[in-house]
Each structure stands twice: as C-alpha cells, then as structure tokens.
Design a protein around this ligand. Structure first.
Ligand code: NCD
Length: 347
C-alpha cells in the first residue's frame, strides 16, 4: 500500500490486515511508553485545509507514537492566505523532503490531485463529499471489537447521506466486511442515483430501527447544503433523530455510532449520546491504532523493502519487519520502546 485515497483501493484482505495490525498497535498503546520506533526518521505532514478536531489530533498522535516527525501545516498562517495555489503549496512542502502528506480538503478529488504533484505518500483525511477512508476503517475496527465481526450484521446509516463522505466510505468498508447496510433519511438528503450502491434504502426510521445491530447517525452537513432540504430542525429530529424514545426500540445490544462532531438534540439526543450502547468514544479511541496501522502500511517496512532493495542493500536481504522496534539498542532497558509483535509486522 503506497497511499490511501479511497476505500476502493482496499480489498477485504487489506482491511483484515489493517485490523490485525491495529490490534498490535492497540497493545502498544496500553504500555507505559506507548511508542515504537517504526517510523523514526520519516516525516509526516498534516495538511488540513478544512476544520477538524478528531481526525487531525488522531493522525498527529498516531504518527508520533510511531516516532515519525510531524509537521502541522496550518492553512490559517500559510501563504495559501496570500493567494498561493494548492500546487505551489504542495510542491513547496514536497521540496523539503517529506514522506507522507495527510490531507483534508473541502473539495472532492484534492488528495488524488495532490498525489500527482508529490512523491510522498498521500493519505486522505476527508475530501468534500467523496471519501474518508480512515473513518470507515476505525468504525469497522470498533464494530469488529464490539460485535466480533461484521459478517451478516445489520447496519443502518441515518441522516444526510448525500453530503457525507463518511457514508460513502463506510458503506464500502462495511459491505466488504460482510455487513448488510440500510441507508435511512429523507429523499432530499439521499444521493440522486444510488442504484449501484450495495445497500437498501428506507425512508422510515421507525420501521427498521428494531432490526438493526448498528445504528450509525450522521450530522447534517450544513456547510455543504445549498438549499433548505428539510423544513425545520425540529421536524428533522422528530422523523430522523435518534431520540430517547426512539432509542428504546433499539435492541439492548445494538451499537450506536456517530463520527462526530455530534449536534446533540438534532440527529441524536444528549441522553442517547451518553447511553452505554453508544460507541462514540470507542470510535475516537480506535482512531489512533487504526491510523498507526495505515501510516505503518504506507511508510513502514513494506515500502522500505522495495526502496532498500533497489538503492541501499546492494542485493542483501532486507531486514525482517520484526526488527522495526529494535533500533534503540543504546538506551537503558527501561527506556527502550518494546517492539511491536513480529507476527503482526509482516505487511
Ligand atoms: C466527519 C467528517 O469530517 O467528515 N467527522 C470526522 O472526521 N470525525 C463527519 C462530519 O463532519 O460530520
């Protein structure tokens, strides 16, 4: 894996591999020193041209826990504000010798465009309505840990499907993992042509809520709405919101999810967001090991192996991936970062 632009780049086997790798990074997180030297010497740039709390901080921590150097590119204080083009900005960052760019942008297609201007690995952290692949992976990871797997699980995704990159990525990953997905919401917030999506569509949340294993709520993407597509917030909540009353119809073991940021009292009632079935904070926590797994796949030994066999090793075999955590041999024992499990470093 050299980059991650869309979930379409991932096969089911790729997703399974990432989940296993995330397990070993979750174990790293539980240590006193939650850090491994896997990406020491690599530089990751976080280029967020659109607001973010969770995704940005999670990528930042993930990269640091792999010992990469992290450069936070701030749009607000950059030459973008002086009218510099995206291409010039990317080529400037690229000239500094970086290894990966994690990009979020309000326009769909920006990450793929950026990948044409840089040799660095591009990771999509959300582009317009298009894709948010690491959100889908962390959601799948959360569900795999809660339900034991997604094969045959009934997942409903409710809300502003049309403007949601999360819906597009999640439908793809959830169905690849064997889930049955139902999209729920008003007709005005459904994509105009959904015929080739592997989903069922419903416009009646109450009719389906009792049968779902997972109730995934979405925010109304007001920043992407061009016209009034529903009458009032109050009416929206009464038909499409996960209200306290509606949540009583959910199975006691159902999982409630939301990618955040939540608009409490609109798509989800505050009490429901605090319900023990609600996995929102698990989703946030999953973000770190999952993004560590993605960064490691993109920048770790798999990539080194190809590069080294060409330029550095002079025909010698590349070091086994399990060596990745053993580079800090001059440190006292108690300061050493333990290696990640060898079995899970084979990618
Ligand atoms: C989502 C996003 O930005 O696409 N949030 C996130 O990354 N956690 C969903 C949203 O903004 O509603």
């Amino acid at each position: 894996m050299k980059q991650l632009i869309s979930t379409a780049d991932l096969s089911r086997a790729d997703v399974d591999d990432l989940m296993l790798l995330a397990d070993s990074f979750a174990e790293v997180q539980s240590r006193d020193v939650p850090k491994v030297p896997a990406l020491r010497g690599r530089t990751v740039v976080l280029a967020f041209f659109e607001d973010s709390t969770r995704t940005r901080t999670s990528f930042d921590l993930a990269a640091r826990r792999l010992s990469a150097d992290v450069l936070n590119f701030s749009v607000a204080s950059s030459a973008t504000k002086k009218g510099e083009s995206l291409r010039d900005t990317v080529e400037t960052i690229n000239a500094m010798g970086i290894d990966a760019i994690v990009v979020r942008h309000r326009s769909s297609g920006t990450p793929i465009q950026i990948s044409r201007w840089t040799d660095a690995a591009v990771i999509n952290a959300g582009d317009g309505w298009h894709q948010h692949p690491t959100q889908a992976l962390l959601d799948a990871y959360t569900l795999r840990n809660r339900l034991g797997g997604l094969d045959g699980a009934n997942v409903a995704i409710c809300g502003d499907i049309n403007h949601s990159r999360v819906a597009r990525s999640n439908v793809d990953v959830f169905t690849k993992m064997g889930a049955e997905v139902t999209l729920v919401g008003p007709q005005t917030l459904m994509p105009p042509d959904i015929s080739d999506w592997p989903v069922t569509v419903s416009h009646d949340l109450d009719a389906i809520i009792g049968d779902v294993d997972v109730m995934y709520m979405l925010r109304i993407q007001t920043e992407r709405l061009s016209a009034g597509l529903f009458p009032t917030v109050r009416e929206y909540r009464s038909r499409w919101g996960l209200t306290v009353q509606r949540a009583t119809a959910l199975h006691p073991n159902a999982v409630i999810m939301h990618p955040g940021p939540m608009n409490r009292g609109v798509e989800i009632d505050p009490e429901v967001a605090n319900d023990e079935r609600c996995a929102v904070l698990d989703q946030v926590a999953s973000g770190i090991p999952v993004r560590m797994a993605v960064l490691y796949q993109v920048l770790g030994p798999g990539r080194f192996t190809e590069e080294r066999s060409a330029d550095e090793t002079n025909g010698e075999a590349s070091p086994p991936p399990g060596n990745v955590g053993l580079e800090n041999e001059h440190q006292p024992d108690h300061e050493k970062e333990a290696p990640i499990k060898e079995a899970s470093c084979q990618y």
